[in-house]
Design a protein around this ligand. Structure first.
Ligand SMILES: *Cc1c(COP(=O)(O)O)cnc(C)c1O
Length: 384
């Protein structure tokens, strides 16, 4: 089975676990975001879709299949395991494993057809010792002092690589995580100088890639051969001024009420609650199956949800569950939909509002909450 056969229609797919939780995946939004990124960039710039963190929570296979169908040029993954999973569904497109692999495992990855990152002299030596044959990218340190080859390390690695023919450098990248102009202005010329060093050594052009989402928005005209965005493609970032918005690819996150408990007399609830919670006579509480292990806040500021078109407060949260105050709501039943993100009736909660009400960023909410739901999907690695 390949991605193109799974869903013929480019539409909205539901990803549901067996607890009662689900999110919607809007493939049209993803296609629109890819097109918008393409329009921002010089023609011919390749898009390497970043799918780390289990596909930003959505699931590696699912998110890579969206990319294959939208025609992106390659994929970037965060862990060896993710890279191997992506390779199975990437339909022959390049799969790059970012820095973060045990040097001892690099040979096995290269043999599996994964393009690995060389970010240290030791990594390079371990790969050459393994005897594996294949392609690598160099990760360059452009002044951030995190991962990557600085100039002396790069010269050492180039000298090693030049003496053999089994490992080929086909690209170089760096990650400008910061928006600060002085960091970008200092790092870009260094990146360009180091990539020229590599091209002089290997005697052919290589792929050059520095722009993730932030830099694409700030400086779309940089003109390197490839970009590696994640958040922009998934609609997790605001667009620049006078730009159409990027659309969230996950427009709805929902759960279901698994328990409804009416109270004949007024009660002050304490067990499992951060504070005492007063429920009036005739009131009720409900339980839905998402807790702090699923990435929601463990502390007060539990957020709000929509049930039957009404905005309600979550009053307590345990490891696996959340408890919502249903007082004032009539005719509420087990099985009713609980909307964490999305619209119901006339009410609406956006991902940003949901996350900030719980002291999280949009990024944290995306990676953790979606991953928790995706982990429980039957045949979870299918693209459904
Ligand atoms: C995460 C990451 C990206 C993508 O970042 P976004 O902000 O989601 O676009 C690109 N490159 C590297 C090295 C990364 O770690």
């Amino acid at each position: 089975m390949n991605c193109l056969e799974v869903h013929r229609d480019i539409g909205v797919h539901e990803v549901a676990d067996r607890r009662g939780n689900a999110f919607q995946l809007d493939e049209r939004a993803f296609h629109a975001n890819v097109e918008q990124v393409r329009r921002l960039l010089p023609p011919g710039t390749k898009i390497y879709q970043c799918a780390k963190g289990d596909g930003y929570g959505v699931g590696v296979e699912r998110i890579v299949c969206l990319g294959v169908r939208a025609g992106v040029d390659g994929f970037c993954l965060g862990t060896p395991e993710e890279a191997l999973r992506a390779k199975c569904v990437a339909a022959g497109r390049p799969v790059l494993l970012f820095a973060g692999c045990d040097p001892a495992a690099l040979g096995e990855m290269v043999e599996a057809g994964i393009i690995v990152s060389i970010s240290s002299v030791e990594g390079c030596e371990a790969l050459l010792r393994s005897g594996a044959t294949g392609d690598v990218f160099f990760k360059l340190d452009c002044g951030f002092r995190r991962y990557g080859l600085n100039e002396p390390d790069l010269r050492t690695v180039l000298a090693r690589v030049r003496r053999q023919s089994s490992v080929r450098c086909i690209g170089a990248y760096s990650h400008f995580g910061s928006r600060a102009d002085e960091i970008v202005d200092g790092g870009l010329p260094l990146f360009d100088r180091l990539t020229r060093l590599i091209e002089d050594a290997v005697q052919r052009p290589i792929e050059t890639m520095v722009a993730s989402s932030t830099l694409i928005l700030q400086r779309p005209g940089l003109g390197h051969s490839a970009v590696d965005p994640g958040r922009l493609l998934y609609g997790m970032m605001a667009a620049g001024p006078e730009m159409p918005p990027f659309q969230p690819i996950v427009p709805r996150i929902s759960s279901r009420l698994l328990q409804v408990t009416p109270f004949d007399e007024a009660r002050l609830l304490t067990v499992g609650y951060a504070d005492k919670t007063a429920i009036p006579a005739g009131g009720a509480t409900g339980v839905f199956p998402l807790g702090w292990i699923d990435g929601l806040s463990a502390h007060r500021g539990f957020g709000e949800v929509l049930i039957r078109g009404t905005r309600l407060s979550v009053v307590a949260r345990t490891l696996q569950h959340s408890i919502v105050n249903l007082s004032g709501l009539s005719d509420v039943r087990v099985g009713d939909e609980v909307v964490l993100v999305g619209a119901q009736g006339d009410e609406q909660i956006g991902l940003e509002a949901m996350a900030s009400a719980q002291g999280m960023s949009v990024t944290e909410a995306h990676f953790r909450l979606l991953a928790a739901i995706a982990a429980g999907v039957p045949n979870g690695r299918q693209h459904g």
